[in-house]
Structures are given as structure tokens and as C-alpha cells.
Design a protein around this ligand. Structure first.
Ligand SMILES: *Cc1c(COP(=O)(O)O)cnc(C)c1O
Length: 368
């Protein structure tokens, strides 16, 4: 079986052992070292490590002062953490449809959702390619809105040569399957020293000096062990990205012209880091998307459907007081993508022969 994701963190062994021998397990010098390396990768002055991508989003929205009565515009086609983070602040969620080209919010649709209560735009850089920051950043500026980037899947991606997470406030995840992983973890990137300071205080129970509390905070801290797992991956981030890009190119060349299948695009000016390689299986394909999932599993190819439903389309979010009435049909592009999207393995653990196998099995399954 060729798995949809594979993790190789063996080269973290010596740093992890160093932490074990040090006896300092909670946030300390290894976390600081991880933050320095991450800030360099993201091209920002500051990086604040936390214990999940969800915590990164929640802490950021809290540090920006968002709360009840404020509105945040985001994508209906995302992992549920994006939505949960907004809900946790008490703010109201508005959704803007996506484009089929980048799977991220359409800037025109975002503009149409702006009201006098809007405080932030929260685009999601899905699958490792940024949203259209060339339009979203100026839109946020024009309306004096915060730009919070859900860059959970996009560490190292760039737009016009600038890294994801350096346009607004960047929120990254280090979850087990993400391109850089610490098992569980997250990072916030910003050039704003004052915001970084507020985040550092918030992450440590609102405490600046021992047992003196500035704000009601939380425990969002990362452990030394987690930081140790992440550091070697940041050291070789270029290599890890290059491997994903190589695999994606091989997939796109091999799958081109497969009937009913559309390969994903790397849009001009954007460098994709291929967290997922997501094709669209159109209505004229020989197999429907879900049939293809089963067929590929039988042929030894692991796949993933990210995501089979719009993020709000679950009973727990219906008639939610912070989610003004929405219906699936309000987001026709995203809705169609939930029915057609399929992610194929693209991770750095694949050999050239593995990618050939994936291409061959997908083509055969679709009658090419
Ligand atoms: C993974 C992910 C998150 C949440 O990160 P966790 O570390 O799992 O809390 C948020 N948004 C997106 C788009 C993600 O893929």
C-alpha cells in the first residue's frame, strides 16, 4: 500500500535525547531555537510557538481582540479548526465561496461579505498553495481589517516571492500529517513586535512576571520535546519542499489527459508546497470520486478526501448563533469541489517508482 501520508522524523533523535538529558521538558531554550528557525523560514520578525494550529488561530484572534459582535470572513472549504477558532472567540462567521483554481476564497466573494462589523479576513492556504494574497492583502488594508492567514498547510509556500504567513498574521499547524510536524504543535508568525508580545503573554496564562496576570490567558505552550522534533525539518525545509514539488510535477505530467480528471494548477506567481496533491474527478469520469477511492484502495493506493462536506454542513453548526443562516447552495463552487476532490500521495517518502505506480493505477482505473 502506498500511504497518503508518511512521517520520517528519525533525524530528530539526537535533539530529543538532548532534551531528555536536560531535564527541561516544558517551554524553554529548544522552543526558542525552533521559533528562531521558523521565523527565518517564514520571513517574519517573530514566530510564537504554541501547542496546535488550532491554538495558533484561537490565540491570534483573541490577541487581536475579536469577540462577540465582530465578524470574520473565511472559507467554507476548510478543516473544521478554522471555524472552531472563530467560534471560540464569540465572533460571527461569514463565508465567501472559493475559486476552482486555488481552492481558496475568491477575493470578490470576500469583498461582497464585508459589513461595518467585519474585523478580519481569514483565508485558508489550502493544500499548500496560498490564496490570492495579491488581492486579499490590499482588500484588508482598504477596509482596515486584520488579515489572518490560515497557513496550517502552507509552510514555505510563497506568493510573489513572499512567504505565506508574512502578509498578515500567519497561523501554522505542526500536526502529525503537516509538511513540518512536531506531532502536535502550531506557530504564529508576525512582524508586529507588540502582537508577538501579547501572544507570548496569552500563551502563558496571561502571565508576564510570575503570578502576575495581565490578561485572562491560557496554556498554549509548546514543549521542548516537540520543538526538538521540529528543528531538523526546518533545517532541511527546502529539500522537503523540493521533494514534494518533484513528486507533484511527475504526477501532473503522468496524469495529464486522463479522461474526467483535472490536475491541480500551480498559479502564476505562487510557489506551491504540495501539502496535498488534489485532483478533481469530473462528472464525465469513468468512476465517480467515491468509486475511484475504493478502486484505488483495492489497487494499493491510499487517497484522501479533504473535505467531503462544507465546513458548516454538520448538525452541530446548524442554527448556531454565531453562524448566520447559510446553505450549501450559497457556495456553488465549493460545493461542487467537495463532490469531486481527491488527494493522491505526494509526500517526500515516495520514490520515483512509487509515483509511477500511482500514475499508472489512476490512469487504468479511469480507463486511460
Ligand atoms: C491542520 C489544520 C488546522 C489545525 O491545526 P491543528 O494543529 O490540527 O490544531 C487548521 N486549519 C487547517 C486548514 C488545517 O489543515
Amino acid at each position: 500500500m502506498i500511504p497518503i501520508t508518511a512521517v520520517d522524523v528519525r533525524d530528530a533523535e539526537s535533539l530529543v535525547v538532548e532534551v531528555l538529558r536536560s531535564g527541561t521538558l516544558a517551554q524553554g531554550p529548544m522552543v526558542a531555537r525552533f521559533e528562531d528557525a521558523f521565523a527565518r523560514a517564514a520571513g517574519t520578525a517573530h514566530a510564537v510557538a504554541v501547542n496546535s494550529g488550532s491554538a495558533a488561530l484561537t490565540a491570534t484572534l483573541r490577541a487581536l481582540g475579536l469577540g462577540p459582535g465582530d465578524e470574520v470572513i473565511t472559507s467554507p472549504f476548510t478543516f473544521v479548526a478554522t471555524l472552531n477558532a472563530i467560534l471560540a472567540t464569540g465572533a460571527t462567521v461569514r463565508f465567501a465561496d472559493i475559486t476552482r483554481e486555488d481552492f481558496a476564497v475568491d477575493p470578490d466573494a470576500v469583498a461582497a461579505e464585508i459589513t461595518p462589523d467585519t474585523r478580519a479576513i481569514l483565508p485558508v492556504h489550502l493544500y499548500g498553495q496560498t490564496a490570492d494574497l495579491g488581492k486579499l492583502a490590499p482588500l484588508a488594508e482598504e477596509h482596515e481589517l486584520y488579515l489572518v492567514e490560515d497557513a496550517a498547510q502552507a509552510v514555505g509556500a510563497t506568493f510573489a516571492g513572499r512567504p505565506a504567513g508574512s502578509f498578515g498574521v500567519g497561523c501554522f499547524s505542526l500536526y502529525a500529517t503537516k509538511n513540518v510536524t512536531t506531532g502536535e504543535g502550531g506557530v504564529i508568525t508576525t512582524d508586529d513586535a507588540e502582537l508577538a508580545d501579547r501572544l507570548r503573554v496569552l500563551r502563558n496564562q496571561g502571565m508576564r512576571t510570575r503570578y502576575s496576570y495581565e490578561v485572562p490567558g491560557h496554556n498554549y505552550r509548546m514543549s521542548e520535546l516537540h520543538a526538538a522534533v521540529g528543528i531538523p525539518q526546518l533545517d532541511k525545509l527546502d529539500e522537503l519542499i523540493a521533494a514534494r514539488r518533484r513528486n507533484a510535477r511527475q504526477l501532473s505530467v503522468g496524469l495529464a489527459g486522463t479522461p474526467g480528471l483535472a490536475v491541480p494548477a500551480e498559479l502564476p506567481g505562487r510557489e506551491h508546497v504540495w501539502h496535498q496533491y488534489s485532483v478533481l474527478i469530473g462528472p464525465h469520469a469513468m468512476l465517480a470520486r467515491d468509486e475511484l477511492v475504493a478502486e484505488l484502495a483495492a489497487r494499493g493506493i491510499g487517497t484522501g478526501v479533504y473535505y467531503p462536506k462544507l465546513v458548516f454542513d454538520h448538525d452541530c453548526f446548524r442554527e448556531h448563533p454565531q453562524i448566520p443562516a447559510v446553505s450549501r447552495q450559497d457556495f456553488p463552487v465549493a460545493l461542487k469541489v467537495t463532490e469531486e476532490v481527491l488527494s493522491l500521495p505526494v509526500h517526500p517518502g515516495l520514490s520515483e517508482a512509487d509515483v509511477d505506480t500511482i500514475v499508472r493505477e489512476v490512469r487504468e482505473a479511469l480507463g486511460a
